[in-house]
Design a protein around this ligand. Structure first.
Ligand code: 13P
Ligand code: SF4
Length: 306
């Protein structure tokens, strides 16, 4: 079966769109309406007129799409594709964290469940975290669940204290400082671009630290010809593809072939076809959680950053 043709037919028949995170298997782009980072995809989810959204991403992303488009059917091709970082905090942990540091605004990374969002003041993504924290005009903020993104933005915030929960991304933490030092030796002309979910000792050694979108924009604009990519494989794959298609004449080397998020790679074209055909694996969110979780994301979107 030609899954690309069949998915495109189903999309028309059912007025469906496919939103794809740039860590997904690259062939999924062939059927995608929008491909990008978490911030871009949440904006697209909020603005679509489609009846069905298929989210080629992980659970919290599909949940965010459902929160922003409650009347639409949101399908996730694999309901087991959770984000390991998002699953490191539950409502009970969050409650204790807030009790330990009372009366401080709580910012949650979009990589969190709807239940966590419902109990935080405002959401952010790795693209807008600095601006979101600035918008609070606070001397201190609590940041959940990613310790490394939280501590990274603290270095850019001129004196705002960012008190972080101890969550982390196991995929990004696989990148070690020695990998960066080796890459410098092996590719002396390359610029090294890292995601802020990386360990701070890795981030310190990189030439540029930014969200997936920022890394991709930086790489495209730079006059350099060779780059080492210190984030998930999907980013390097897409940069190499676009470089060939658009004759950038640039090379993107993944820091280590194992920097692959297992949850992000659960989806195949066949899974997307079956999900859309059978309209299965629908995301539902408890009413009691949905209203507050939606407000948490909408506060971020209302800031209209980038
Ligand atoms: P972005 O917010 O940069 O899309 O990253 C999401 C993510 O899960 C990174 O690991
Ligand atoms: Fe979660 Fe890490 Fe995968 Fe991103 S790369 S979805 S933070 S486990």
């Amino acid at each position: 079966m030609n899954f690309i043709e069949e998915i495109n037919k189903l999309k028309k028949e059912k007025n469906a769109i496919i939103l794809t995170h740039c860590y997904q298997n690259i062939e999924i782009d062939e059927v995608s309406d929008f491909v990008g980072d978490s911030l871009y995809l949440s904006k697209m989810a909020a603005n679509t007129n489609a009846d069905i959204i298929v989210f080629a991403g992980v659970y919290f992303m599909a949940q965010s799409a459902k929160l922003l488009s409650p009347d639409k059917k949101v399908l996730l091709p694999n309901l087991n594709s959770g984000c390991q970082m998002a699953d490191m905090i539950d409502v009970e942990n969050l409650k204790h964290f807030k009790e330990k540091y009372p009366n401080i605004p709580v910012v949650c990374y979009i990589n969190s469940t709807a239940e966590i969002k419902a109990n935080c003041d405002i959401c952010c993504t790795s693209s807008n975290a600095i601006e979101v924290v600035k918008s609070l005009n606070a001397e201190k903020v609590l940041f959940v669940p990613d310790n490394y993104l939280g501590k990274f933005i603290e270095t850019k915030l001129n004196g705002v204290e960012v008190i972080t929960f101890n969550g982390f991304c196991p995929t990004h933490l696989r990148i070690r400082p020695i990998d960066i030092l080796n890459a410098r030796k092996n590719y002396p002309n390359a610029l090294i671009l890292a995601h802020p979910e990386c360990h701070h000792d890795v981030a310190k050694l990189a030439d540029f630290v930014g969200s997936t979108k920022e890394i991709m924009e930086y790489a495209k604009k730079s006059s350099n010809k060779q780059f080492v990519i210190a984030t998930e494989k999907g980013v390097a794959d897409r940069l190499n593809r676009d470089s060939k298609l658009e004759n950038w004449n640039k090379e993107f080397i993944l820091i280590d072939e194992n920097i692959i998020c297992p949850s992000m790679k659960m989806n195949s074209l066949e899974d997307i076809y079956r999900t859309l055909k059978e309209e299965k694996f629908e995301i539902t969110i408890d009413e009691s959680v949905a209203k507050k979780a939606k407000e948490c994301i909408e506060k971020m979107l209302l800031l209209n950053i980038k």
